[in-house]
Design a protein around this ligand. Sequence first.
Ligand code: NAD
Ligand code: ZN
Ligand code: ZN
Length: 418
Amino acid sequence: MTKMYQFLVQRSRPFLSQRFFSQFSWASSSLSPPLTNNMSTTSGLVIPCKAAVAWEAGKPLVIEKVEVAPPQAMEVRIKVKYTSLCHTDLYFWEAKGQTPLFPRIFGHEAAGIVESVGEGVTDLHVGDHVLPVFTGECGECAHCKSEESNMCDLLRIDTERGVMHSDGKSRFSINGTPINHFVGTSTFSEYTVIHSGCLAKLNPLAPMDKVCVLSCGISTGLGATLNVAKPKKGSTVAVFGLGAVGLAAAEGARIAGASRIIGIDLNPNRFEEAKKFGITDFVNPQDYDRPVQQVIAEMTNGGVDRSIECTGNINAMISAFECVHDGWGVAVLVGVPTKDAVFMTKPINLLNERTLKGTFFGNYKPRTDLPSVVDMYMNKKLELDKFITHRVPFSEINKAFDLMLRGEGLRCIISMED
Ligand code: NAD
Ligand code: ZN
Ligand code: ZN
């Protein structure tokens, strides 16, 4: 086991309190703004700003002038600096097989700066750098108190919610018409309001235009491998879907010391890019006339030790499970399926001692664990640059959607200030 892997697997999870950030030297340093002055000039006021509004499923976003209300109890208003597009935004924007909820402001992978805080927020301050996360950590519930779970009762991901928890209202409006939030983050806006439990405090030295990708995709894939699949050194790992999430899962396998990483994707253009991520073998299911799980079993003398599914496609999920070795194989589902998808496999596949798991956000507790993932990047244990293939100004946000629809590139960073 590498030292870093050991650290991640055995990481301790202090409960929510001042202890949260105490392990990080920057947390109490002079880089944080003064704690006594937790006010900004816009504090308590409605902020008019630009946001990319999705009015209808699958139609280009429109940059509109929206009004962003001040944060209420336990909420924080942030100025978004950089955001990026994750496939989960795209699924809910397309709304094919997902409940449509429009008009809506999407976006959940981002980095920003605290503009003002609502009543009761004591651990975040004006000027703090933060990463919003689509699933939160209240610190009080059974899940937050469990070492094993990140499925907070209050703040776990809810893709069908378009309003804030405290009063069931939206903080966004256009001429009085409310606009729905998305997964509690809505980062495709210059300003957004987020529950404080969904914000991880960020080392202010970390470059926001890079670490923004840690707020969803990269942490999700990395954690799916390191925290959930937990491959042993020298093991064989299959990764289904070679987008940013899958390649982050591959990065996790590399860090864990896997000897063979098999990448599976339907898009052959993915393979060239994926070579930078330590993938040793590539399989395109379309090149075979038999199920891909059979192809993988043949390549690996009976199956892989671990597999991580990062596609959202139900058939890939079933293949990812059925390609693990009996006796010890573990498959982890990460992709977000359509609402009606049903997972079907023969129960004998489980009786034969295969394990099937699933995870949101790589099992990381967003507030407790994310700062240590940022530190992995700061300490050069984790590379982020290779995930960032495109950059566009906010005014061209629809280009990021076009790239993802065409299966081009990994992450496209959208700069709010250009
Ligand atoms: P992406 O579009 O960049 O990559 C997905 C890849 O999967 C593509 O390269 C595509 O060609 C490939 N693919 C699709 N169907 C396939 C199939 N049947 N077999 C093999 N490959 C197939 O998307 P991403 O941003 O990397 O996200 C990947 C998935 O993870 C999405 O479903 C997203 O919604 C989900 N996600 C889940 C979480 C979580 O917490 N569980 C967090 C973030 C993203
Ligand atoms: Zn995401
Ligand atoms: Zn909780």
